[in-house]
Design a protein around this ligand. Structure first.
Ligand code: HEM
Length: 471
């Protein structure tokens, strides 16, 4: 419902403000409500106040945008007048350094320009064999040898698998004992980052406070893993992996290479941006597939028809499987809320003027369940992503963001997820146990199921010969 009443929290000199909630104490109670239930609170903003809302949060003035067209107008047309919210960057920078995820301005443009070359669909297709190796070894070991079925904790399975994919594609090394520790470290850092973003500043990590020692250990684990792999490469021949690509990148403008620190930071960021997101997407997808046997059977029929291992050339032959993955990311976008933006110049969102310094929040998890764009918005309906389905307005489905800062790894992620999902369905059928509360989600850096997802995997007897049909 849209309201046109002026917002009583209107500060002087900003111009008309869209409607939104108000609270005493500079809006601090709103911040507490947001922290307690991020999506419930943000969904309430859209429901109660409409497509553009305003609120005061402490010393910040925040606008939320829910209309897909306006979201694109902000992220695409106004991209030059936005930076990422400094507090979020400060928190991420501690772990991921000056990588493309956090830099701004010329430094970001240069990094993005260079890295883009390593993430084109054609380049990404070249990692398919490494992705398949990881999927094969992870999935074959999902059940003990000889067991026909068993209940499997899917969270660690996908976390290890996605970590193995990142390790193999980055460094051409299969995950060893360090993979599980690295996956745990990413998870812990993600939870810590979300907590810290709600604090006005981060207390130094050396202070003897709860959680600080674990955070220090997690950062050390990741950094020493990345450092070890980069050092091992120093005198080794060039490899056809992502690290090889990063080392070989030359800027088209000026010809410079990434500095050693930049290479290190880009490797670090691939762990957070590229591992947890994909693992989380697959986790939600697997639960939805277990809950919808008909959708699962249709996807299985598609992958069986391949007659062997899937490859990038088979993506077009897997429209239903792709639709199930897209629908899973609609219901549970791993990045539930984009990184908050700040305006660096006055802009307008539709009829509403925003001053320089305004904070803008965009939340795919809410936008993607809007009944105006998605009939039965809370149900799993992969048909909406099949060819011939009614067109979804641009910006209404945006799990990878939009505009120049759209996910760098989106082709990588889609290929990885499709290969893993296809190879899982070739090997096993998936069933509950899913209790009634399995859909409860927590917003960390990614949107995680609150309870562990455990599924019964049954080895398939009618499995087609799995071999090198794909490349
Ligand atoms: C299902 C998997 C994934 C999802 C849902 C996802 C989602 C996103 C989203 C929403 C953004 C934009 C955030 C914003 O605008 O604030 C983003 C940025 C980014 N993603 Fe992904 N991502 C995924 C996988 C990956 C992978 C596999 C990689 C790399 C290996 C990757 C690397 C990045 C990087 C580097 C950025 C920052 C780009 C920039 O700021 O220029 N992502 N991702």
């Amino acid at each position: 419902m849209s309201q046109t009443l002026p917002n009583p929290a209107e500060p002087r000199g900003v111009g008309p403000l869209p409607p939104g909630p108000t609270a005493p104490w500079w809006g601090l109670p709103l911040l507490r409500r947001m922290q307690a239930d991020y999506l419930g609170f943000t969904g309430g903003l859209r429901r109660d106040y409409g497509d553009v809302t305003y609120m005061r949060l402490g010393w910040e003035r925040a606008w939320d945008v829910f209309d897909p067209e306006l979201v694109r107008a902000v992220l695409v047309d106004e991209a030059d007048h936005l930076v990422r919210w400094e507090r979020g960057i400060e928190v991420l920078e501690q772990v991921f350094g000056q990588s493309v995820l956090v830099t701004e301005g010329e430094s970001w443009r240069r990094q993005r320009r260079m890295l883009q070359a390593a993430f084109t669909p054609a380049k990404v297709a070249g990692y398919a064999a490494l992705m398949r190796d990881a999927a094969r070894s992870g999935l074959d070991a999902a059940l003990p040898a000889g067991a026909a079925e068993g209940v499997v904790a899917m969270d660690p399975l996908f976390a290890r698998l996605a970590m193995d994919v990142i390790l193999r594609t980055l460094f051409s090394r299969p995950a060893a004992d360090d993979a599980a520790a690295a996956a745990d470290a990413v998870q812990l850092l993600s939870e810590t980052a979300m907590r810290e973003m709600f604090q006005p500043f981060t207390l130094p990590d050396w202070l003897p406070l709860p959680g600080k020692a674990a955070k220090r250990r997690a950062i050390r684990t990741l950094k020493s893993l990345v450092r070890g792999h980069i050092d091992a490469r120093r005198d080794a021949p060039a490899q056809p992996d992502l690290l090889g690509m990063l080392l070989a990148l030359r800027d088209v403008e000026g010809g410079g290479a990434l500095s050693p620190a930049e290479v290190f930071d880009q490797c670090m960021v691939s762990f957070q941006a590229g591992h947890e997101t994909t693992a989380t997407a697959l986790l939600w997808w697997s639960a939805l597939i277990a809950e919808h046997p008909e959708a699962a059977a249709r996807a299985r029929a598609e992958v069986d028809a391949l007659g062997g291992d899937p490859g990038p050339e088979h993506l077009v032959a897997l429209p239903w499987l792709t639709a199930t993955l897209k629908e899973a990311m609609r219901l549970y976008p791993p990045v539930a809320a984009l990184m908050t933006r700040r305006t660096t110049a006055p802009i307008a969102i539709g009829p509403w003027p925003l001053p320089r310094g305004a904070v803008i929040r965009i939340t795919p998890a809410i936008i993607q369940r809007d009944p105006r764009w998605f009939e039965r918005p809370d149900e799993f309906v992969p048909e909406r992503f099949m060819p011939g389905a009614p067109v979804i307005p641009r910006g209404a489905w945006m799990p990878f963001g939009a505009g120049p800062r759209v996910c760098l790894g989106q082709h990588f992620a889609l290929l990885e997820m499709t290969l893993i999902a296809a190879m899982l369905l070739q090997r096993y059928t998936l069933e509950g146990p899913l209790d009634a509360g399995w859909r409860v989600a927590d917003v960390n850096v990614t949107l995680r199921p609150r309870r562990p997802v455990r599924l019964r995997l049954r080895r398939r007897g009618d499995q087609p010969a799995v071999g090198p049909a794909g490349r």
